[in-house]
Design a protein around this ligand. Structure first.
Ligand SMILES: Cc1ncc(COP(=O)(O)O)c(C=O)c1O
Length: 300
């Protein structure tokens, strides 16, 4: 559809750098005709953290213009350490990709033992080609635990770290670095968790994010004079902060939006969960104050 209008298609393929190297994985963005794909090579291949690749094909995007745009954003002092790690990751996956990923997919198959543990369910894609089997998403709702509480026990006590805990699920990532012993540890950890789910903490429900009204553009709000006020005084003021509970990763307030009583309620509800949900972007983590836009022409 995009190409029918002669527009370029740019794909955020952060989690799909491995797709092109095994026929049982979903097709890569470039193989499906994307003009540009950006991949976090550090996430699913062997590069060092931060190292990523921008792939370009076809003639819809001018490579010189792209390079010029990149130059305006990049440091002029490239890290050779990161660059060499990209080259090593490329070398490894080009020469041994299929063999290594076959092993990873076998481990994903081995992890299906998890399906036999009562109280948890393992997500299955409706058709195999639509899912990346190197991702294991496990629902823990029936254990009476949130994904966050389960994550804490798994990480702190059982030596297993999830890529992404959410309210009801935990997602684990298997990569070419995963070993059979890691899967054994994962399965054993879930057997133990299912036997002693311990605490229940499902009191919090993801209610709808309250709608917000935009008064100033984010840019105008960014450059406007601001002040810090006590939380209860922030109602009906214009936010100078971007506050984003993660998960779900959708901003509750953007700079320039009115702070409603409903937004504050939502914020306090989330804050009462403590460390379980991160409030990205907030200036005062104790939630006693908020930064708002100064009111102009206000009589003192
Ligand atoms: C969908 C998506 N795009 C982009 C990114 C950012 O990638 P990076 O951490 O390599 O900058 C992430 C990070 O997790 C992501 O999940």
């Amino acid at each position: 559809m995009v190409h029918q209008r002669n527009l370029p298609l740019l794909v955020d393929e952060a989690h799909g750098a491995h797709f092109a190297f095994h026929p049982e994985l979903p097709p890569s963005a470039l193989s499906l005709g994307a003009d540009v794909a950006v991949q976090s090579t550090h996430k699913t291949l062997g590069a060092m953290t931060q190292a990523a690749m921008l792939h370009l094909q076809g003639s819809r995007v001018d490579p010189d213009r792209l390079a010029q745009s990149l130059r305006s954003l990049q440091s002029s002092s490239a890290s050779n350490l990161l660059l060499v790690s990209l080259d090593a990751a490329r070398h490894q996956i080009a020469l041994q990709g299929q063999t290594l990923l076959t092993q990873t997919l076998q481990l994903a198959h081995q992890a299906q033992q998890l399906c036999e543990i009562p109280g948890i369910t393992v997500f299955k894609a409706p058709e195999p080609w639509r899912g990346d089997r190197t991702r294991l998403t496990i629902n823990v709702k029936q254990l009476g635990l949130s994904g966050f509480a389960a994550d804490e026990v798994l990480h702190e006590q059982l030596g297993v770290t999830a890529e992404l805990p959410t309210l009801q699920n935990l997602t684990f990532v298997l990569t070419i670095g995963t070993r059979p012993a890691d899967i054994d540890q994962l399965v054993q950890a879930f057997i133990q968790l299912a036997q002693n789910p311990a605490q229940t903490d499902l009191s919090y429900s993801h209610s709808e994010l309250p709608p917000a009204q935009t008064i100033l553009s984010p840019r105008d709000a960014f450059y406007a004079p601001t002040e810090t006020v006590a939380l209860e005084k922030a109602i009906n003021r214009i936010s100078a902060e971007l506050i984003c509970p993660y998960p779900p990763g959708i901003p509750l307030l953007l700079p320039g939006e009115t702070i409603s009583a409903a937004s504050l309620d939502y914020l306090q509800q989330i804050h009462s969960l403590n460390s379980l949900i991160a409030l990205e972007g907030i200036s005062d983590r104790s939630l006693r104050t908020l930064r708002v836009i100064q009111e102009t022409g206000k009589k003192k």
